[in-house]
Design a binder for this molecule. Structure first.
Ligand code: SGN
Ligand code: CA
Length: 532
């Protein structure tokens, strides 16, 4: 890698050079290009830059080594469409109106791509979109239909549907590189490069099939959680690996074998979904697939696991496929970064890496997300911008996907509209800011629906988390994450936490006011959702 323009200045006089000075000092400086990389359901626990013991992700790690890794990055509503709407608008779900995956994004809204486009940026989005309405504010768009398929996915484009051949992560990367090659090189660009992987049902590429089959993947400490210290919501959520995963769709056991063994699926649609996905493979692909999955099916047929070993077996099956999908993501990010380097674009490009939310990799016995508990509330966030981000910076301020739109506008030197609700992260890029926000707000609405995670809102500070589950229950939970990092014990009613509880309620009330959320709005939105 070439030494970056401002890096040398930092090395000479670190204290004397602020980022603002960087940006304003170089008046001849070109506006930066921006590549926003977002995966789907990629847990920070599965990134080696975050200390994962599950997988090596060398290309994502390189971004962190050359840039900044945020260790306390969170979402505002841990589910796909809402997260995407928050990233685009810089506003909470109750403002941008995408509260769940059913809502259609009102594309006449103000978004950061539109604002960049107005300022002369060339803009593109490729990959997962998941907002139903047509993308607006993009000179180029080619997005997956809905959740998209892993093999031979169909895309939506302004010219209509386009079928493709190949594996989704490779196809999206080819498309991204093609667009970069053919863009108008006189203008700065902003590209949203958004993967489907590693979303359920975790179908790995031909290249990665079996990559994790030979090792025992470490289990999280809380895999056998019985939810004793928590309320109704954790107990009733339908996302337990042991009970709610599909033997067929998720674990790739052929429905015929399940029929023969008389094994029921939690959902009737698991069997046909498996068939549909399997039938998308070409003959050649199916041969390779079978060579990896047939032995698993045969072992299962001889003795299907039961009880605790069922959970352990399913966890291994889940992780084997999930991690294999990430292997392809990391490799493809490497491919895109190689292109940037070769084409000389690396130096003046801000690259951001994130996921639409976090994910449970067996913690509390779960898969999926939605909860304001740690693994799903948190999300990976890494950024590289040579000369503007000090390499190897690790930040532990409380930041949120609500901040992305403002960060990107700020980096591009475009005025940030006052109705955006986040805060630019650019001042954190040199790792030296001292006073930042002390609390984050969260609100999840998608209930009742798949996985049955109850509606809740809450607040998180450095140490504590206060959550209110509502609608069919009225339960408060309080966690002391210093004493209980895995959030196993709700201390809301413990007398020794009386003062903390009061303090957290006060903070919650004031943050709800700041963001314009309230009990009456919550009730109103609930009535609207129930009418649908
Ligand atoms: C699908 C998945 C769910 C997942 C939602 C939302 N089931 O319905 O497990 O929670 O998407 O995911 S699947 O068997 O059809 O894959 S999100 O990331 O798009 O919000
Ligand atoms: Ca997701």
């Amino acid at each position: 890698m070439k030494p970056a323009k401002f890096l040398n200045l930092w090395m000479l006089a670190p204290a004397a050079l602020s980022l603002t000075a960087c940006q304003q000092g170089g008046t001849d400086e070109e506006p930066p290009n921006i590549i926003y990389i977002m995966t789907d359901d990629h847990a920070y626990q599965a990134i080696s830059a975050y200390g994962s013991d599950l997988i090596e992700t060398p290309n994502i790690d390189e971004l962190a080594e050359d840039g900044i890794r945020f260790d306390q990055a969170f979402v505002t509503n841990s589910i796909s469409s809402p997260s995407r709407a928050v990233c685009l608008t810089g506003m909470h779900s109750h403002k941008n109106a995408v509260r769940d995956n059913v809502a259609v994004f009102d594309s006449s809204q103000q978004t950061f791509p539109k604002l960049l486009q107005e300022e002369g940026y060339q803009t593109a989005v490729v990959g997962k979109w998941h907002l139903k309405s047509q993308p607006t504010g993009f000179d180029h768009w080619k997005v997956l239909q809905g959740q998209g398929n892993y093999y031979h996915p169909t895309f939506r484009t302004p010219e209509g549907k386009q079928k493709t051949e190949g594996y989704v992560t490779d196809v999206i990367t080819d498309e991204a590189i093609d667009w970069l090659k053919n863009r108008d090189s006189d203008k700065p660009f902003m590209m949203m490069y958004q993967h489907k992987a590693p979303h359920r049902e975790w179908w790995p590429s031909q290249e990665d099939l079996g990559a994790f089959m030979d090792e025992k993947i470490p289990q999280p400490k809380t895999l056998f959680d019985d939810y004793a210290g928590r309320g109704t919501a954790a107990k009733e959520a339908e996302m337990r690996i042991k009970d709610h995963m599909g033997y067929s769709a998720d674990n790739k056991i052929h429905p015929e074998i399940l029929d023969e063994l008389g094994i029921e699926e939690f959902m009737d649609w698991y069997r046909p979904v498996f068939k549909r996905k399997y039938n998308r493979l070409t003959d050649e692909e199916r041969q390779k697939w079978d060579s990896v999955y047939d032995p698993i099916n045969e072992r299962f047929q001889k003795g299907p696991p039961q009880g605790d070993s069922l959970l352990e077996w399913r966890y291994q099956r889940y992780m084997q496929d999930y991690l294999a999908c990430i292997r392809s993501v990391d490799r493809n990010i490497g491919r895109l970064m190689d292109y940037l380097e070769k084409s000389g674009l690396e130096e003046n490009t801000l690259v951001m890496y994130t996921s639409d939310q976090g994910f449970y990799l067996g913690e509390h016995g779960w898969f999926d997300k939605r909860f304001m508990y740690r693994e799903s509330f948190r999300t990976p966030l890494i950024a590289r911008w040579p000369g503007h981000i000090r390499p190897g910076t690790v930040d532990s301020n409380l930041v949120q996907n609500l901040d992305f739109a403002e960060t990107i506008l700020d980096a591009a030197g475009v005025e940030v509209p006052s109705n955006m609700q986040g805060r630019s992260l650019v001042p954190l890029f040199d790792g030296e800011i001292e006073k930042w926000r002390d609390a984050l707000y969260y609100h999840y609405y998608a209930f009742p629906t798949i996985h049955m995670v109850k509606r809740h809102y809450g607040i998180r500070t450095e140490r504590y988390k206060l959550i209110h589950f509502y609608y069919d229950v009225d339960e408060w939970e309080l966690y002391d994450m210093k004493k209980d990092p895995h959030e196993m014990q709700n201390v809301y009613d413990k007398p020794e936490y009386k003062e903390v509880r009061k303090m957290m309620h006060r903070k919650l009330d004031s943050l709800r006011k700041v963001y314009g959320d309230s009990d009456s709005l919550t009730q109103k939105l609930l009535r609207e959702d129930l009418k649908q």
